[in-house]
Design a protein. Structure first.
Length: 466
């Protein structure tokens, strides 16, 4: 921002122009503007940007005196594609009435980006944001704090009507859409979702052609847990801009939360091809499948999530768990190394331990247990690896499962009566332990006590929820 020293509103003008252009850019179909490191507006924060065209826009504004009380403004832009091809849009205007210059420059930008905008949006760009010049000045000052063009107030002054630029701007003109948008974004970033919703609602009323302001409010309602209100606003967004891809993910998320699985899948349908590398999209497809009972193709969705999120352990964790549920332990074991590569090393070792034991590889499982510092578990596993020494090795171990393993070994040794005594001792302490009831039924069958065995199996079925 270039301005002579006697022009005392440079920061306010810079803030107002930055906010005006960012909000105007959201009126272009599919555009997700981002100013520096500041997150995009909440309504477009979930846009799927895999393989999106990347452009940079640099704006330089200059103010010069053209009369005793008159100033002129020139805005020069540099708009570049990622490949380096640039154009240089330019507009002139009055720094006290920036709308016409913003609109002129935006028309050049829209033409270069080949992006549609509504006629209502174009009229909004050119219109003054408020009839009160002081309110416009305060809006620019508030925006300057959002973009870091001016230092924000210290924490203890946020909300102060005199010393917090954002609060003061809202107080002076609560209907100014630009101010309420700035206030809503700050509130959202601070986790003040109820205040954010109110600000975004006011901003949308002041700028009804803006789909992003409606989307901002929808995101705030969802953060408040009011999915029904969010869904109503997303319908309004669709009425304005149809299936604009910027909004499909949050729309699908809301439909899923309402149990509308077909609607959720339909919202994602336009993202079926060319967007496979987006991790949020892949995770949402999995969530929709799980809500519908997973079913056929579920593992392929998990695999797609793995590919899209190479550092995330969750999709691999779920692929492993799926195989455990199917009792495909050998296949499940093959996923443990990948789980470790994705940062879940301890979890990977514990999964290897459990799966090795399930596959009867007790010596391997015991070695893994020792590596985890679980020596007692290692002893129990080694005892299971040597049935002939199991009963003696487990003697004195108070764990109910260790006593059941001892009883199993005694039974295998041909002494069902002693085995039954061990089992009854466990059941005395834990009468509904399914494993104990199951082994008791097996033992009674070995003793020829068929009726008692059947009665015990009935108890086992109740305890297991079968």
């Amino acid at each position: 921002m270039a301005a002579p020293a006697e022009y005392g509103r440079a920061k306010e003008l810079a803030g107002g122009l930055t906010a005006s252009f960012e909000l105007a850019l959201t009126d272009l179909e599919g555009v997700v503007p981002r100013v520096g490191a500041l997150p995009p507006s909440p309504g477009v924060s979930e846009a799927v940007l895999v393989d999106a065209e990347r452009w940079t826009l640099t704006l330089d504004a200059a103010v010069e005196r053209v009369g005793p009380e008159r100033w002129a403004m020139t805005i020069r832009g540099t708009l570049c594609r990622r490949d380096g091809a640039c154009t240089f849009p330019e507009a002139e205007g009055d720094p006290n009435q920036t709308g016409p210059a913003v609109a002129e420059l935006m028309e050049q930008i829209a033409l270069r980006l080949v992006r549609r905008r509504s006629s209502d949006a174009a009229q909004t760009w050119a219109a003054p944001p408020s009839d009160d010049p002081y309110a416009v000045l305060l809006a620019g000052r508030a925006a300057a704090t959002l973009y870091g063009q001016q230092d924000p107030p210290p924490e203890e002054l946020i909300g102060d009507k005199a010393k917090d630029p954002v609060t003061r701007a809202v107080l002076v003109d609560p209907e100014l859409a630009l101010t309420r948008w700035v206030a809503g974004r700050r509130a959202m970033a601070r986790g003040e979702h109820s205040q954010a919703q109110q600000h975004f609602n006011a901003a949308a009323r002041g700028r009804p052609a803006s789909a992003v302001l409606l989307a901002d409010e929808a995101i705030a309602w969802a953060a408040l847990g009011r999915i029904d209100r969010a869904a109503t606003l997303w319908s309004a967004v669709r009425n304005l801009v149809g299936d604009d891809q910027r909004f499909l993910l949050p729309q699908a998320r809301v439909a899923l939360a309402l149990g509308q699985l077909d609607e959720a899948a339909e919202r994602l349908a336009p993202l079926s091809f060319g967007f496979e590398r987006d991790p949020d999209l892949a995770a949402l497809r999995v969530a929709i499948a799980e809500a519908g009972g997973a079913g056929e193709g579920y593992d392929l969705l998990l695999q797609s999530w793995e590919v899209a999120a190479p550092n995330d352990a969750e999709p691999t964790r779920r692929r492993l768990a799926l195989r455990v549920r199917r009792e495909e332990y050998e296949d499940a074991l093959s996923f443990t190394d990948q789980l470790a590569r994705r940062g879940a090393g301890d979890e990977s070792e514990r999964a290897q331990l459990a799966l090795s034991a399930a596959l009867g590889r007790f010596d391997e499982a015991a070695a893994l247990a020792e590596g985890l510092g679980e020596d007692l578990t290692a002893d129990r596993l080694r005892a299971r690896a040597q049935p002939e020494a199991r009963a003696e090795a487990l003697l004195g171990d108070p764990s109910p499962y260790a006593r059941l393993w001892r009883a199993e070994a005694i039974l295998q040794g041909g002494d069902p009566k002693t085995a039954l005594s061990e089992i009854e001792a466990v059941l005395k302490e834990r009468p509904w332990l399914p494993e104990a009831l199951e082994l008791k039924a097996i033992t009674l069958t070995a003793m020829g006590e068929t009726a008692k065995a059947e009665a015990t199996r009935a108890l086992w079925a109740r305890a297991s929820g079968v």
